[in-house]
Design a protein around this ligand. Sequence first.
Ligand SMILES: Nc1ncnc2c1ncn2[C@@H]1O[C@H](COP(=O)(O)OP(=O)(O)O)[C@@H](O)[C@H]1O
Ligand SMILES: [Mg+2]
Length: 359
Amino acid sequence: MTQHTAKIQIDGLSKNYGTFTALKPTHLEVQRGEFLTLLGPSGSGKTTLLQMVSGLVPATSGRLLVDGADWTDRPVHARDMGLVFQHYALFPHMTVAENVAFPLKMRKLDAADVARRVGETLEKVQLSAFAHRFPRELSGGQQQRVALARCFVFRPEVILMDEPLGALDKALRETMQLEIRRLHREFGTTLIYVTHDQEEALVMSDRICVMNHAQVEQIGTPHEIYSHPETIFAATFIGHSNILRGRIAGRDADGMARIATAAGTFSGRFGARDAEAAEHALIVRPEQLCLGPATGPGMNELHITLRDIVYIGSDNRLLLTLPDGTEFTMRQDPARTQGLRIGENLSVHWPQTAGRVVS
Ligand SMILES: Nc1ncnc2c1ncn2[C@@H]1O[C@H](COP(=O)(O)OP(=O)(O)O)[C@@H](O)[C@H]1O
Ligand SMILES: [Mg+2]
């Protein structure tokens, strides 16, 4: 399976345009065969970082190491990397098979090898029947599959993808997410993927690197970031969060902190990277909240007004508001929301250990 696949070390890469900082010095390791996603809002520096790895954009400072070798100044054509972008730029005058054969011909493989590998790869992306069509005779999804095939076919050490599904509609995007994941698993190539879509990142990635304001906020598995966010930004960017902003009122030895907020003082696990930050927040995920007063010690309890009940299929979502306007959501079995009235004041509670105090 895995012929050759590389470990990537991003060692302080940064990018300035004049006085503008597009990316602060960034340290990041991508493991051999890993699927790593750069996730962040528009303008956070994702493309800049990816382009520096590809060699298309020179770095202002820092080094790029691929399997220990310094690739910082290696020209683009001498990097064994496959690139897939949103605008897949197929050659319009070449058939599907010719498009996919192109990188192999560039690498001077003999004709029999080219034919065999093109055939195998088209099969993997389910385009064997389309080998002799031209790009204009394909749907957007099929064209993007050709772009993927053209990238995977030459088995690069590293694949870089920048919002490759951005132009596709939602249903097709979801199909292609699973498809890229399957191809990645099959070929075992180290892959860096860029998206601003958190669901896409959660579905596809081994690890996610959350970016904001030209720097990395947090790196971890989807589960780590969802359940142990280290910043308010990471908590709000991945999954839904309830946020109580306030100031640290005390910390104890077993990793818990108390935080004083407009709605009262609560306890949660201390997980902030910056203990000295001016403002902290307690983060509670919607599924951790329960209706009713606290049932014992080790619980936080909050009094809050029910603003709406929204049916979302498997669950009801309760929308709640604190006196200062802070909004909360929680999930609840529809059977348990009968008899609740909009405008009613409710008690909700959650285990103190389920909340995270971040900055
Ligand atoms: N060639 C350039 N010249 C000046 N500024 C740039 C250039 N390329 C990108 N930027 C700026 O750098 C920041 C990061 O851009 P980018 O990496 O494309 O963000 P993302 O991919 O996360 O949306 C943005 O503010 C963008 O406007
Ligand atoms: Mg971008």
